[in-house]
Design a binder for this molecule. Structure first.
Ligand code: FES
Length: 131
């Protein structure tokens, strides 16, 4: 496989910029509850503007592998959104990729395609089983 995820590939600069803007009061945080594959709940806040995938991995929750780095081509960031306010509808590309996973169900989304919009409602998400 040509694309491999390495911890060093995390775009630390954009995440650091978001946290710096948050400290300066420019970015509002989004409250998240993430249920990992072991069933443990992780409650934390992440800065608006980044993706859900980045926020989860930044918390050290690596059940989301994100092999493509967030380019909507691997589906290893498959999650079930269980409760939230309205989200931006999925794109045709996201929908097509989710059609290829065996555990798709209502609420299925790709975490890399969910942007944590400032002021959005708290998000409760379960990480889907590994394919
Ligand atoms: S990280 Fe690959 S599709 Fe989301």
């Amino acid at each position: 496989m040509a694309l491999l995820w390495h911890e060093a590939c995390v775009d630390l600069s954009s995440r650091d910029v978001l946290h710096a803007r948050h400290r300066a009061g420019e970015v509002k945080m989004v409250d998240l509850v993430i249920i990992d594959r072991a069933g443990s709940a992780h409650e934390f806040s992440a800065p608006g503007g980044g993706s859900l995938m980045e926020a989860v991995r930044a918390q050290g929750i690596y059940d989301i592998k994100a092999l493509c780095g967030g380019s909507c081509s691997c589906a290893t960031c498959h999650v079930y959104v269980e409760a939230s306010g309205p989200l931006k509808p999925m794109s045709e590309d996201e929908n097509d990729l989710l059609d290829g996973v065996s555990e798709r169900r209502e609420g299925s989304r790709l975490a890399c395609q969910i942007v944590l919009a400032e002021g959005m409602a708290p998000l409760r998400v379960t990480i889907a089983p590994e394919e």
